[in-house]
Design a protein around this ligand. Structure first.
Ligand code: SAJ
Length: 431
């Protein structure tokens, strides 16, 4: 068993540190945010992930996991820091990787292994992190091992997937890759495959998420086509997927989270060739606009209307709102063109676009003006379901028809039974 220092205690670092501790490694978890560190010491996990709180508490109580106030020397350094996305330039901001690298360099010893798990543009481990670590005067590959091992876990199922998923390990040389294999095989049940090119490992991670993003864009385009033919897209996709070599994903209000909407752009860091991939991004980013089209088809002018958006987490049963399609829809609705003054407003121009309410039982965020279900839907002309939380499947049409002023439901995640809701008098548009 080894000493491991995990850098960054977020969605990936915290479960990884805890998993390693659970497999008897001596783990030091370090986060630059003192608030995160003190909360964790009290057993408070700062994001929602099923089972994680108990898992962390157990590792802390066993003493295998220690929340450290500074980076410590360790046989393995595992870097799991964010790589924020710059919307303007469509590139990754690497300052957290760089500062973690500098902190590791200060403690690096001959024979240690440094593993970068953060998602980065191809070439980052070798071209950005390596030179920072070598400021320690040790040489990557010769004196210490340097590896990119991309994380692959699905938020909402992280603990299981950390153990079960296959892993790709890219080392700067075979010795580096083998050293990382020894760490990961201590807890991974999936297959571990290695390459001696860290750029390959970085590229593979990005094309996995790109595959999913492009597939969802196809599903979204199919959904818009199906609506033009007046057929149900989800039913058609289900039938199409009965072919043994067809596997179309599900359409929806857009693609959120900190991975699929971002990682495809990282492939453009060293190439000008994004074409299908950037078109797919545009289709997925355009889905909130398509929902606004559907609302206009059902309600006409949206000025003065009240729209309730149910679900602003980026996907079902999580509380994470990063790149949330529901929030993108709310923002776009608030920017809907305001009609010129008309007779309807007495020529005053005081009607100022739709009023938007948002409700999400999983999201805790005081910066968002969240309402409970009743407050959000009372008097609403339309409800849009933008996240497939389990709670929404059991929404009661009778109760909603009492609360709402209108009868329009846009089910962008296919969670409701259209026949049941239509029988209750609703106009249902399903993506
Ligand atoms: N979505 C659809 N239709 C679908 C599936 C998903 O519209 O059929 C939407 C979701 O609602 C969500 C977005 O896509 O808004 C992304 O959700 P997701 O469940 O596809 O993926 P993430 O972002 O939670 O996690 C992905 C995963 N990557 C792959 O499955 C290839 C995960 O394994 C990665 O570890 C993670 O990105 C990451 O960190 O890169």
């Amino acid at each position: 068993m080894s000493t491991v220092c995990v850098h960054g205690l977020g969605y990936i670092g915290l479960p990884t540190a805890t998993m390693l501790a659970n497999y008897d490694h001596d783990v030091f978890g370090y986060d630059t945010d003192a608030g995160v560190r003190s909360n964790l010491r009290d057993g408070n996990v700062h994001f929602e992930e099923p089972g994680l709180r108990a898992f962390v508490t157990q590792a802390l109580e066993s003493g295998q996991l220690e929340i450290a106030d500074e980076v410590v020397p360790a046989k393995y350094h595992v870097i799991c820091v964010p790589t924020p996305f710059d919307e303007e330039s469509k590139t990754a901001e690497l300052e957290y990787v760089q500062s973690a690298g500098r902190a590791v360099a200060d403690h690096l010893r001959r024979g240690d292994t440094v593993i970068l798990e953060s998602t980065v543009p191809p070439g980052t481990t070798d071209g950005v992190l390596g030179p920072i670590l070598e400021e320690s005067t040790l040489s990557a590959g010769d004196d210490f091992s340097l590896v990119h091992c991309p994380e692959t876990v699905l938020p909402g199922n992280i603990i299981t997937e950390l153990r079960e998923n296959n892993r790709i390990i890219g080392g700067v040389n075979a010795v580096s890759a083998e050293s990382a294999v020894r760490l990961y095989e201590s807890f991974v049940d999936g297959e571990i495959r290695t390459t001696t090119d860290t750029t390959v490992a970085e590229f593979v991670k990005l094309i996995q998420n790109t595959f999913r993003d492009v597939n969802i864009a196809l599903a979204n385009e199919i959904a818009m086509l199906a609506a033009d033919y007046d057929i149900d897209a989800r039913g058609a996709i289900d039938l199409a997927n009965s072919h043994p070599r067809v596997d179309i994903l599900q359409p929806g209000p857009g693609v959120g989270g900190h991975c699929l909407p971002i990682d495809p752009w990282f492939l453009g860091d060293g190439s000008e060739r994004l074409d299908l991939i950037s078109t797919a991004r545009r289709i997925n980013d355009g889905m909130p606009g398509y929902i606004i089209e559907l609302l206009r088809e059902e309600l006409g002018d949206l000025d003065g209307r009240t729209i309730a958006i149910l679900g602003v987490a980026y996907k079902g049963n999580v509380g994470d709102t990063r790149m949330s399609p529901g929030l993108a829809l709310a923002n776009q609705l608030q920017r809907v063109d305001v009609a010129q003054p008309t007779a309807a407003d007495g020529g005053t121009g005081t009607i100022d676009g739709p009023s938007v309410r948002i409700h999400d039982p999983h999201v805790i965020d005081s910066t968002l003006n969240l309402s409970d279900l009743e407050t959000a839907t009372t008097g609403a002309d339309a409800v849009v379901i933008a996240t497939d939380h389990d709670e929404f499947e059991s929404l009661d049409p009778g109760t909603l028809s009492e609360w709402m002023a209108g009868d329009v439901v846009i089910d962008a995640k296919g969670v409701l039974s259209p026949s049941v809701w239509k029988r209750s008098g609703f106009t249902v548009r399903r993506i």
